[in-house]
Each structure stands twice: as structure tokens, then as C-alpha cells.
Design a protein around this ligand. Structure first.
Ligand code: HEM
Ligand code: HEM
Ligand code: SF4
Ligand code: SF4
Length: 283
């Protein structure tokens, strides 16, 4: 199979969005002589109406294989498998009838991708959807016409939990953060310590197994990467200037600890995932 992320096939005026796949032995595999992929720009936060999804899958059933990947590693809606003559047809339908654009591939800017942020998540430190949508519009030209010698990616996480893994997946990652203090509800901290059933650790996320009674020292304080937490009698103390906002304690005791109120976003340029070292912070 020949594979290429933009270039060998495409739609008029765009330098990416259609990813060519040609089989070298079409005689042996007649159904998949061409099996091109189309990257479709997913909406910020990946919110859809069922009506839109029906129209999209109907279009792809008619003009492609019917197979999709919701969503690809780059963030887009991936429509897997069509032939060269169908590319313009799909593009026309998308842009004229579905109010929908292609995403990036090849040396284009990639479709910016974000977590759902403040639209649903209490940890969001900024409106990821607004910023993702803005960047998508602002850099339309770069998204469709390769401006660089290689791809470039923006990814946007609303908080350091990194649900879209922006550091590993992009060149410029946006990560929500705060600079005042973690808000502590001491009564709730003690409910966790007392193993109150209404206060399950990790919001009950791992309750499929019996982990024994919750132990704040072992599960929270000792795991704080900067060692900035301690119990003072019945009171939990956090040395906030030394907190690096890793989210661990908040994830474990979400009813007791909340992100601060002075919120913003850290921008890391050059975030990368080198093969030997794993994901690294941008420089
Ligand atoms: C030796 C052959 C191939 C190589 C080396 C290769 C390599 C790659 C690489 C590096 C990516 C990017 C991964 C990512 O974005 O996470 C990719 C994505 C993709 N490949 Fe392949 N590929 C090959 C064959 C194929 C074939 C035969 C097909 C289809 C029949 C295919 C379909 C795709 C699609 C649809 C994507 C985008 C997936 C997404 O964004 O979720 N590839 N491929
Ligand atoms: C352990 C090694 C590797 C890992 C973990 C890895 C991981 C990834 C990931 C996660 C993406 C998708 C990024 C996104 O979200 O958009 C990607 C894309 C890609 N990788 Fe790798 N990769 C590895 C090695 C390689 C190597 C050795 C090559 C080339 C020889 C390669 C070529 C590509 C290409 C061409 C794409 C982009 C395809 C596109 O979307 O245009 N990768 N890789
Ligand atoms: S990255 Fe943070 S804000 Fe975004 S969905 Fe995940 S936990 Fe919520
Ligand atoms: S967010 Fe992380 S670094 Fe900050 S106090 Fe909690 S566990 Fe420690």
C-alpha cells in the first residue's frame, strides 16, 4: 500500500484533509484499489446533533466505505475509505449542505483539538471550546494550505489532567492552570478520612475492586509530587506556592478540594513526545 498524509490526492484549493491510500495490487484486492481517508474538522469539544451525525454517516455510506473513526488520533472525524472520484463529491456535500469543513493533514496545521472544558468539566481553568474554535477560524489558511515544511499542532487541555494529552500530541499545548490556592473543605476532607460512603475516593472511579479503607496519608499526601501537603490534627494543610497543580489530590478527593479561582492557561511551545524519552514538557 502507498500511504501519504496529503499530496497524492486532494480536493481543489486544499493542500490536505484527504489522505491517499492506493493498493499496489489492485488485481488481488479489487474492492480497495483506492481507500482514501478524509479528515473532517470536528467541532470544539466534539459536540454534535444526532441529525448532523445521521447526515454525515448517510453521506459516507453513499460515497465511501461507511466506516468511520470517531475520532482519529489527530482529533478529527475520520472517514475511512473512498475512491478518488468521490473526494470532490464528499467535499462539496460537506461544505455546501453540512456546514462542515475538512481538517488538516500533510504539512498543514492540524485541526486544533480540545477537551470539552468548562462546557461540562468542573476542573476547566479556561474555555477550551472558545479558544479551539477561535484558533480554528484564525488559522484557516494554514489548516488547508501547507505553510510549513512539516505538520504543526495545537491541542488544548482545560486543566493539567490533560484529557487530550496536549503535551504528547502537539507542538503548542495549552493547559489550564490557576495561581491562587486550592480550595479546601475541611469537613469534606474528614468525611473522606472517615470513609463516609457518600465520599468515595476518586469519585468512585476504581470501585470495581476492594482497595481497603481509604488512607489519606498513603493515597494522597505521600503521592503529592512536591510533598507540599500535610495533616495538622484534623486539618489538611497545603503549602500552595509549592503545589505544581498536578491535580492528584483533587482527583482523589473531588468533594473536598477544588481548583483555585484565579484561573488561566499555560502555553507550552515545542511540546513533544521523543521516541526514547516519552512525553516531555515544551520548552
Ligand atoms: C505500511 C503501511 C502504513 C504505514 C507505515 C502507516 C502509518 C501511519 C501513521 C504513522 C499514521 C499516523 C498515526 C496517527 O495519526 O496516530 C497513520 C494514520 C492512518 N493510517 Fe496508516 N499506515 C499504513 C497503512 C495504512 C493503510 C493500508 C490504511 C488504510 C487502509 C491506513 C489508514 C490510516 C488512517 C485512516 C490514518 C489516520 C488515523 C487517524 O487519524 O485516526 N494506513 N498511518
Ligand atoms: C514509538 C514511536 C512513535 C510514537 C509513539 C508515535 C506516535 C504518534 C502519534 C501519537 C501521532 C499522532 C499525533 C496526533 O495526535 O496528531 C503520530 C503521528 C505521526 N507519526 Fe508517529 N510515532 C512514533 C514513531 C514514528 C516514526 C518512527 C515515524 C516515521 C518514520 C512516525 C511518523 C508519523 C507521522 C508521519 C505522523 C503524522 C501523520 C499525520 O497525521 O500527518 N512516527 N505519531
Ligand atoms: S483536561 Fe481537565 S478540564 Fe479538560 S476535561 Fe480533562 S479534567 Fe476536565
Ligand atoms: S495538586 Fe498535586 S502538587 Fe498540588 S497539592 Fe495536590 S497533589 Fe500536591
Amino acid at each position: 500500500t502507498h500511504w501519504k498524509h496529503g499530496g497524492i490526492v486532494g480536493v481543489f484549493g486544499y493542500g490536505g484533509g484527504a489522505i491517499g491510500r492506493y493498493c499496489d495490487q489492485p488485481g488481488m484486492f479489487p474492492g480497495v484499489e483506492h481507500f482514501h481517508t478524509m479528515r473532517v474538522n470536528q467541532p470544539a469539544g466534539k459536540y454534535y446533533t444526532t441529525d448532523y451525525l445521521r447526515q454525515l454517516t448517510k453521506l459516507w455510506d453513499m460515497r465511501g466505505s461507511g466506516m468511520t473513526n470517531m475520532h482519529g488520533a489527530t482529533g478529527d472525524i475520520i472517514l475511512l475509505g473512498t475512491t478518488t472520484p468521490q473526494l470532490e463529491e464528499v467535499f462539496w456535500e460537506l461544505t455546501h449542505n453540512l456546514d462542515q469543513d475538512l481538517g488538516g493533514s500533510g504539512s498543514n496545521l492540524r485541526t486544533p483539538a480540545d477537551c470539552l472544558g468548562s462546557s461540562r468539566c468542573e476542573y476547566a481553568c479556561y474555555d477550551t471550546n472558545a479558544l479551539c474554535h477561535f484558533l480554528t477560524n484564525e488559522y484557516q489558511d494554514e489548516l488547508h494550505r501547507p505553510a510549513f515544511p512539516y505538520k504543526f499542532k495545537f491541542k488544548l487541555d482545560g486543566c493539567p489532567n490533560g484529557c487530550v494529552a496536549s503535551i504528547a500530541r502537539s507542538d503548542m499545548s495549552f493547559i489550564g492552570t490557576w495561581k491562587d490556592n486550592i480550595k479546601i473543605d475541611q469537613d469534606a476532607v474528614n468525611k473522606y478520612i472517615e470513609n463516609d460512603a457518600a465520599y468515595p475516593a476518586n469519585a468512585g472511579a476504581h470501585k470495581g475492586r476492594d482497595w481497603g479503607p481509604f488512607d489519606i496519608q498513603k493515597e494522597v499526601i505521600n503521592l503529592c509530587p512536591t510533598g507540599c501537603m500535610k495533616m495538622d490534627g484534623k486539618e489538611l494543610k497545603i503549602d500552595n506556592p509549592n503545589c505544581n497543580r498536578c491535580m492528584h489530590c483533587i482527583n482523589v478527593m473531588p468533594r473536598a478540594l477544588k481548583i483555585g479561582d484565579v484561573r488561566g492557561c499555560s502555553i507550552l511551545c515545542g511540546a513533544k513526545a521523543p521516541i526514547l524519552d516519552g512525553a516531555q514538557m515544551g520548552s
